[in-house]
Design a protein around this ligand. Structure first.
Ligand code: AMP
Length: 395
């Protein structure tokens, strides 16, 4: 096994850094995670090419640059990356595709922190760290929002005064774009149907979103100006009456920030069940008869289905639904619950196939007489970032 002309893929959070070094054919990779960056227990969990694992402490509360120095100068030193692809969360309406990073692009990514205050500054940190260590290495930004820039205005505009859009860029952006792009592409390759393809992609993990994709273009998506809108998630509420903030402020005296924390961190599966945001724990609690856990699962399934049905409005044809993310890839019971609500689409499950699709397996699970296809497609955002990076650089 060896890594030919590898691309380094980086996903930087404020105190973490996920990395993968992927060969040009996408077949082999080294990967790892640096976490607790900036803290005394900063460490790297690294997986070698042969699958063996090492844990390394980063001395002196190392941050992104120190972590990358250890990764590049030690852990993967025998392989020189040909380029770096960065996951960047918000590209606003400035970036519609993968973009080669220069000083101006970096400055724009930093300016867009107004739209993604937790993410874009961390993404910029990773870019600067590579600049410090390998100033000549080409770097490319792959934006979570870029894939959704093909949405028509009637899908991305909010029904609020026009100036909020023209002067303040208030609109639906959508997220998880790299995943929706990869999964819809893969579904179009796997289906035996010819002609135009319309997919509903359900990315169901701790964060959840659904997208309507027609011939490779995002037509509409559930997340909005921030990732809070749309589906019920692990700890996020998803859609809620916009007067909720005011009502809770008036009745309970919570501040805007407190309501924001409530909706982002204390709601969703966790909030409704009072048990956990983790689907596996909830399924266990439901099996033991916990009524709140049972309700949280029913709500989750119903709301995913309701969104999928509404997104069909954005598709000229419907080929099928593709499930991905930790829940979409592993939660056979949850997939079954969701598809049961899609009866008016004529969706029918092959139960044995559905049950077999877990732990990274890829395949279809529709019955022979189903009107639409049903797929499980494990997402691979790192692969997608690698291939978009190479494509834009002409490698
Ligand atoms: P992600 O954010 O994509 O890593 O997904 C995390 C979610 O996937 C959590 O809610 C997990 O409980 C869920 N998940 C992982 N494995 C399973 C499984 N075997 N069955 C049901 N849900 C799972």
């Amino acid at each position: 096994m060896s890594l030919i002309n590898p691309t380094l893929v980086l996903n930087c959070g404020s105190s973490s850094l996920k990395y993968a070094l992927i060969s040009e054919d996408g077949e082999t990779r080294i990967e790892g995670l640096a976490e607790a960056l900036g803290n005394t227990d900063a460490r790297i969990k690294h997986k070698n090419l042969d699958g063996s694992k090492v844990d390394i402490n980063i001395p002196n509360s190392g941050a992104h640059t120190e972590a990358l120095q250890i990764i590049l100068g030690d852990l993967i030193k025998e392989y020189q990356p040909v380029a770096v692809g960065h996951r960047v969360v918000h590209g606003g309406d400035k970036f519609t595709k993968a973009t080669v990073i220069n000083e101006e692009v970096l400055a724009t990514i930093e300016e867009l922190a107004t739209l993604a205050p937790l993410h874009n500054p961390a993404n910029a940190l990773g870019i600067k760290a590579i600049n410090d260590i390998y100033p000549k290495l080409p770097q490319v930004a792959i934006f979570d929002t870029a894939f959704h820039q093909t949405m028509p205005a009637h899908a991305y505009r909010y029904a609020v005064p026009k100036q909020l859009y023209t002067d303040h860029q208030i609109r639906r952006y959508g997220f998880h774009g790299t995943s929706h792009n990869y999964v819809s592409n893969r579904a179009s390759k796997l289906t035996t149907q010819d002609g135009d393809k319309g997919w509903l992609v359900a990315h169901l993990g701790n964060g959840c979103s659904a997208t309507a994709v027609y011939n490779g273009k995002s037509m509409d998506t559930s997340m909005g100006i921030t990732p809070l809108e749309g589906l019920m998630m692990g700890t996020r509420s998803g859609d809620i009456d916009p007067s909720f903030h005011l009502h809770i402020h008036r009745t309970l005296g919570l501040s805007l920030e407190e309501v924001d924390t409530l909706l982002n961190k204390k709601s969703g599966l966790l909030g409704v069940s009072g048990v956990s945001n983790d689907m596996r724990i909830l399924e266990q609690a439901a099996a033991e008869g916990n009524q709140d856990a049972i309700l949280s699962l029913e709500m989750f399934a119903y709301r995913v289905a309701k969104y999928l049905l509404s997104l069909t409005a954005g598709l000229p044809v419907l080929t099928g639904v593709a499930f991905t993310g930790g829940i979409g890839e592993n939660g056979a019971d949850m997939r079954g619950k969701i598809v049961a609500h899609l009866k008016h689409l004529g969706a029918k499950i092959d139960t044995a196939k559905n049950d077999a699709l877990i732990r990274g397996a890829e395949g279809s699970f529709h019955a022979d007489d189903s009107a639409i296809e049903l797929w499980v497609i494990p997402t691979d955002e790192e692969y997608q970032i690698m291939s978009e990076t190479r494509e834009i650089l002409g490698l």
